[in-house]
Design a protein around this ligand. Sequence first.
Ligand SMILES: Nc1ncnc2c1ncn2[C@@H]1O[C@H](COP(=O)(O)OP(=O)(O)O)[C@@H](O)[C@H]1O
Ligand SMILES: *[C@@H]1O[C@H](CO)[C@@H](O)[C@H](O)[C@H]1NC(C)=O
Ligand SMILES: *[C@@H]1O[C@H](CO)[C@@H](O)[C@H](O)[C@H]1NC(C)=O
Length: 258
Amino acid sequence: MRQVARLGRGAVLGLLLAVHAVAAFEPITVGIAIGAATALTGYLSYTDLYCRFAECCREKQPLNASALKLELEEKLFGQHLATEVILKALTGFKNNKNPKKPLTLSLHGWAGTGKNFVSQIVAEHLHSKGLRSNFVHLFVSTLHFPHEQQIKLYQDQLQGWIRGNVSACASSVFIFDEMDKLHPGVIDAIKPFLDYYEQVDGVSYRKAIFIFLSNAGGDLITKIALDFWRAGRKREDIQLKDLEPVLSVGVFNNKHNT
Ligand SMILES: Nc1ncnc2c1ncn2[C@@H]1O[C@H](COP(=O)(O)OP(=O)(O)O)[C@@H](O)[C@H]1O
Ligand SMILES: *[C@@H]1O[C@H](CO)[C@@H](O)[C@H](O)[C@H]1NC(C)=O
Ligand SMILES: *[C@@H]1O[C@H](CO)[C@@H](O)[C@H](O)[C@H]1NC(C)=O
């Protein structure tokens, strides 16, 4: 018994010592880190310093297209078409100083084909914190808008959120997962933001990005891939025009953006 008690006391002491050691070292390490960073980058403006610690919405921050291309090609398998379309749409949109409407990307495919995976990569290249960013918003139909009786509430809420967030950060990103399960009433609430309006109630939505993910049409895409496979052609040979009937709402606005 006494043995155990002594052991216990020893352990407590060890813990206290450790806490002291951390307290003693912490300020020094922090001091060094900041000194080193300043020495490396030279002069830091207040905004730079601020944005280093808090997240900033940098509307004009260019997209590093080659980095996005590299990551998509490296991590996303078997989706050369999606990679191509997404790259083209995003670079076109981000290089356009004066887009006429927000960018709408619509990704179709079966569950587990990487729609969320792609959105996450894209989000990270637009706002470096990705889905954890204050400027990236993910809505899942069955999670955020589950009850049919409350559609009116959802509509008002969602419109308020989109308005509020785009006012705070014009390049906000909104991702809607499970579009095929989203109530038409809620879809109607989103539509006004996707159009060519210069401004709606003093807010311009033209720099925002909306990404819609849905399982609808997945069976059609699979059927086309299967037909190609049966005909002995490689998946990479599928051209965009082969999929056009399926992707009729694919990237439905980038034609008018330039
Ligand atoms: N084409 C793909 N290339 C690489 N990984 C993929 C691909 N499709 C799916 N995955 C993996 O499967 C996981 C689930 O995919 P997810 O994006 O959630 O599918 P979806 O949103 O289409 O239902 C992803 O986190 C990813 O790791
Ligand atoms: C873009 O990304 C590439 C590859 O990751 C990198 O080498 C390059 O420095 C980046 N360019 C800019 C301007 O950040
Ligand atoms: C931004 O959107 C989130 C939901 O993603 C919401 O909780 C928040 O209230 C919105 N912000 C504003 C200012 O409307």
